[in-house]
Each structure stands twice: as C-alpha cells, then as structure tokens.
Design a protein around this ligand. Structure first.
Ligand code: NAD
Length: 383
C-alpha cells in the first residue's frame, strides 16, 4: 500500500427529512447565500424546504449556475457575495452547483484574479465555509475537495482542489433526486462507476481492502443502477446510488492506491469543446482507454473481470469480456459509448490531444505515460 494521509471533514446527513436538520449545522447568525442551478430546486420545493430549515438567518439567493459552471457566471455570484457580506454558502444542486459554489467560496476572499486558482493553481489560503443539499447523485463533490470550472470565452475546463472547500455538511435526501430526468440519473451512474474505476483499475498495490471497497461500490452500481432507472419513484435504490456516488469520490477508496484520471482529463476536454455531458464523455473514453491500456492494466483488468463481472476462462478472454461488459452496461443505461453515436465529429481525435497539450497535460495515467499520441489512439478506438 502507498503512504497516505486521509481526512474527510464533511458531516453527512442522510435520509428523508435530513434537510430540516441543517439548521443545527449552520451558525445562527450567518448570512447565507443559497446557490442553485436552472430552477428545478425552486420548482420542486427544495429551496423552500432549505430556507425553512434556517430560521433567523439572513438568506440571499444566487440562481442560474449552469451545467459545467462557468467562471463568467460564478464571478457574478462572487461580486454579489462580497457586496452583501455573505459568510456561509449553501449549494442546492448537483456537481455543477456544488463545484461552482466551491469556486465562489475560494474566490470571495482571494486577492488577485480568481481564474488563477484554476489556470495557475494559485494557493487558496482562505475560503468561505459551505454546505450542500445534494439533488443529483454522481460526482461525490458533496464530500470532496475538488471542483471543475469552465470558462466560456476560451473553452477551458479546468480543475482545482484545496481542503479549504470541503463542504462542512451535506444533506442527502433521496426524495430530492426523484425529479431528475432519466438522462441525468444514467449520467450519474456512469460518473460514479468511472470515479471508482479511476482509483481501482490501475496496477496491484497490495491494497486488498481498497480493492474490495471499490468492487463493492461497482457491484452495487451494477445492481442498483438499473433498478433506480426502472422505478424512478423508489427512494431505496436511489438512496443506494447516492451513497455509492458519495463514497466513490470522498477520498476513502483512493487512499493508498495509484490513481489514473486520464479518462476524466480527456472527458473534460470533450465537454469543453462540444458541451457533451460529463458522464457521457466518460462512457465514450473509458472502454477505449481500457482497450489501449490492456497490457499496462493487465492484472487489475483480470481481477475486475473475475470479481466484478463474474467472468472465467483464459486471461485474454476475461479482459476482452470485461471491457465488453463495461461497454454493454453503459449502453444498457442508454448512454452512448462511441463518439459517432454521441454525434461528435472525428476531428476530436486531433483536437483533444492539442487541447491537453495546451493545458500542460501531456503525461496522464497512473504511470504518467499517456502522451498526446496515446490519447489520439484512445479516441480513434472510440470513433
Ligand atoms: N467535484 C468533483 O469531484 C467532480 C467529479 C466529477 C464531475 N464533476 C463536475 O460536475 C459537473 C457535473 O455535475 P452533475 O453530473 O452532478 O450534473 P449537473 O450538476 O451539471 O446537473 C445536470 C442537470 O440536472 C439538473 N438537476 C440537478 N438536480 C435535479 C433534480 N433533482 N431534478 C431535476 N433536475 C435536476 C441540473 O439543473 C442540470 O440541468 C461537471 O462539471 C463535472 O465536470 C465534479
């Protein structure tokens, strides 16, 4: 096992009625800025429920944080929060609202140009405290220190991470996700699945517990994901999906093991250029990446095939079938696994390696040996 330090300070409140408990977690004298997205939280009553849980606080709102949140929109929230003297942020939404709120939290006290937090990885020494009401199980952002922000003007999509933006508290009420369209639920299943794969499917590192935890999440997603799509009104499978997604990227399964993240970095560039949903980019890249990287990942691909997909036979056939079953799982959720099937142009094979190079991302993967040529090969196999 690799050396590691692990901390996760987010208090999770899970279950029906957990939003009402937020009042105990947020200072009684706080000026709270409630951030949200396109309005579903307003329409389905989540915002009203959140505000009812915070009696006595001064509450302001900032809505309209778009999917793949943009610097341009978020800077308007930063101006509003600075002007109003906001001292607590409460994100109500999915990964986009949460990530956007993390950026707002870091940008409010930042001296200088906040885009540098992303473009130059400028150090964040302070951030306004934040909490989350999760409405879309997928990213794990409700309980981690990462955020991914886009800049519309330059078609950049860049990530930053700092412990300062760990949410203090996250409320996970499965009922608040039941208004999600099928497409977003499917995207969330794929996103959570690929988060686990990025931390599991690398090379053996004498970390059997992390492997079993990862396999447990993958098996649960394979079992519960289709159930939650088949009956979108059932809170049980939806709750399991929520908890899988949170544990998939809250630091636990990634502690002490090598991590890949090439699928995500390639996927971010695809979203930045085409606007395709985050989860859908992953479903296209991952099967092709596993195929190209089958030798580098050989031992773990065999383990994945046997333990997660229940395969047997000779090693090469287990690897072939493991990749095929993963692709078929994504397809069964209604998520395309080819650039062509998602309606994307083949010139991405050249454009994505160029964009990664422009962002200084020329050595990806758990061994940092995926350069622009390998990225092009992965995308060619995803055509
Ligand atoms: N911080 C991280 O660790 C991390 C990890 C993976 C991805 N991301 C980023 O997160 C973003 C994607 O987040 P996401 O997949 O959660 O989707 P999202 O937040 O972009 O939301 C997708 C859509 O679903 C709608 N929606 C959300 N909740 C709803 C509900 N309950 N009912 C109806 N509609 C609802 C939103 O308004 C939006 O239109 C991307 O920018 C991605 O890069 C972050």
């Amino acid at each position: 096992m690799l050396d590691f330090a692990y901390v996760n300070p987010t208090k999770i409140l899970f279950g029906a009625g957990c939003i009402a408990k937020l009042g105990k977690e947020i200072p009684a004298d706080a000026h709270v800025l409630v951030t949200y997205g396109g309005g579903s939280a307003e329409r389905n009553g989540t915002l009203a429920e959140v505000e009812a849980a915070l009696p006595g606080r001064r509450i302001s709102r900032f809505g309209g944080i778009e999917p793949n949140p943009t610097y341009e929109t978020l800077m308007r929230a930063v101006e509003q929060a600075r002007r109003d003297g906001v001292d607590f942020l409460l994100a109500v939404g999915g990964g986009s609202v949460i990530d956007g709120t993390k950026f707002i939290a870091a940008a409010i006290p930042f001296e200088g140009e906040p885009w540098d937090i992303l473009a130059r990885q400028a150090r964040v020494t302070r951030a306004v405290p934040l909490g989350v009401v999760l409405t879309l199980p997928a990213t794990g952002s409700e309980s981690n220190a990462f955020a991914v922000i886009s800049r519309a003007a330059t078609q950049d999509k860049l990530a930053f991470s700092t412990p300062k933006v760990f949410p203090r508290v996250a409320a996970l009420d499965p009922a608040r996700t039941l208004s999600l369209p099928e497409r977003q639920v499917a995207n969330g299943i794929v996103d959570a699945f690929v988060h686990v794969i990025e931390q599991y499917l690398t090379y053996p590192a004498e970390a059997p517990l992390q492997d079993r935890l990862a396999e447990g999440i993958l098996l649960t997603l394979i079992e519960e994901g289709p159930k939650t799509l088949a009956d979108p009104t059932a809170p049980g499978p939806r709750g399991s999906l929520m908890w899988c997604a949170t544990l998939g990227l809250n630091g636990l399964i990634g502690a002490g093991v090598p991590q890949d993240w090439a699928t995500h970095l390639i996927g971010h560039e695809i979203t930045a250029l085409t606007g395709l949903d985050h989860g859908r980019t992953l479903a296209i890249v991952l099967p092709a990446l596993l195929d190209v990287r089958r030798e580098a990942k050989r031992a773990k691909l065999i383990q994945f095939g046997k333990r997660v997909w229940g395969l047997s036979g000779d090693d090469d056939s287990v690897i072939d079938q493991a990749i095929a079953r993963t692709r078929a799982f994504f397809e069964s959720l209604g998520v395309a696994t080819r650039l062509s099937a998602a309606g994307l142009a083949p010139d991405l094979v050249e454009r994505i390696p160029e964009r990664l190079t422009a962002h200084g991302l020329t050595a990806l993967g758990e061994r940092q040996d995926i350069g622009p040529d390998t990225v092009a090969e992965i995308l060619r196999r995803a055509l």
